[in-house]
Design a binder for this molecule. Sequence first.
Ligand code: URP
Ligand code: ZN
Ligand code: ZN
Length: 472
Amino acid sequence: MNKIIRNGTIVTASETYQADLLIKDGKIAMIGSSLNEDGAEEIDAKGCYVFPGGIDPHTHLEMPFGGTVTKDDFETGTIAAAFGGTTSIIDFCLTEKGKPLADAVKTWHAKSKDKSVIDYSFHLMISEINDSVLKELPEIIKNEGITSFKVFMAYKNVFQSDDETLYRTLLAAKELGALVMVHAENGDVIEYLTKDALSKGKTEPIYHALTRPPEVEGEATGRAAQLTGLANSQLYVVHVSCKEAADKIAEARKKGYDIYGETCPQYLVLDQSYLEKPNFEGAKYVWSPPLREKWNQDALWNALRIGELQTIGSDQCSFDFRGQKDLGRDDFTKIPNGGPMIEDRFSILFSEGVVKGRISLNQFVDVTSTRSAKLFGLFPNKGSIAVGADADIVIFDPEIKRTLSASTHHMAVDYNAFEGMEVTGEPISVLVRGDYVIKNKQFVGTPGSGHYMKRAKYGQFSQKTDKTITIQ
Ligand code: URP
Ligand code: ZN
Ligand code: ZN
């Protein structure tokens, strides 16, 4: 059904203005005043912001990891995402050495197809580079529209790749028009530090953080950046947690390298002391890279504000406290790494970022939506409010105060990492391609209604060649 959203304040990455918005056939058909369309549903957005739907570029739904599988799948995870104001996600498709990449993509399609309530796409993990991988990559790009590859520099003997693989992936991406993503931590050094800690009887959750210090993240980030420069390629560093890593990205960008950095809400508002919570509760905060000393938060906010970091991902990777996190009760290395973040990403950034004056309203839209659309080949269809774009819209009340809690969240896990945190602002209604998924804070979507998004090649809307679209 066509819709007119009236009386709201439209916010994009560059503008804030009062206007009505006509949605026709799932697209934004017109923006203006006193719009009329026979039979259109009228939506009153008085007092609300009208944002482009959030784009979460970093999720792990139904992912096998740490001897178990993440609790949220494409149904529960995307419903929670929608409640939180996210209308598109890009999930990580894991591959296995020696097996066709296409098989892995098929597996991820099977996980998501009849479940997702919002639009979705995949990044492709690269664990090895050989003739058959090099032959398959152009087909994957052409057939699947997967234009971002992920290389892990950590998780030794699980996901970790060597530097040759990273370098050759950077070369291939340059040639094919893809963006390389890295999990930047030095996995070899972490392996040594964790064995050393365990040999001394240090088994509690806090040792997860102490055996992955900021230096191992800074070192890997700097190494990946240098290799990107050498390959004259492009790089996106996921989940930047500390000043050491953010500084390496800024340094490389100053040299003119095509490098971007993502941080996550957890690194902006939580700190290392959470891993010291008694009764094993610290395990709830075990993910990689780990939470850092609190002073890093200012450095990350500042990097976002001045554009040295560009996006916010959730790194959603949820495990129950009881039954999953407690696999590591006697050994922190057995605690599945990851946390439930998909639902609160957007609101935490608004409340802690905009309301507290750390980033502007337009920067909020840029980091939670527009920049990811540009980097990952979704713009201008996604990531903006403009005529012709998909009507992925969040009607957001900026005044509501509420408390984040597992008792009210929609993720499938038994705890919330931000339990008790008061935030200002809440998505009231969320539309994907013009259809309500959340209407007046109620879920009204349909599992399977989310569309798989084939993405454009890297570069069209990256920072170096930024283009604007015309609003008619
Ligand atoms: O601990 C985390 N971040 N789990 C998800 C996998 C990853 O490294 O992104
Ligand atoms: Zn990672
Ligand atoms: Zn991740």
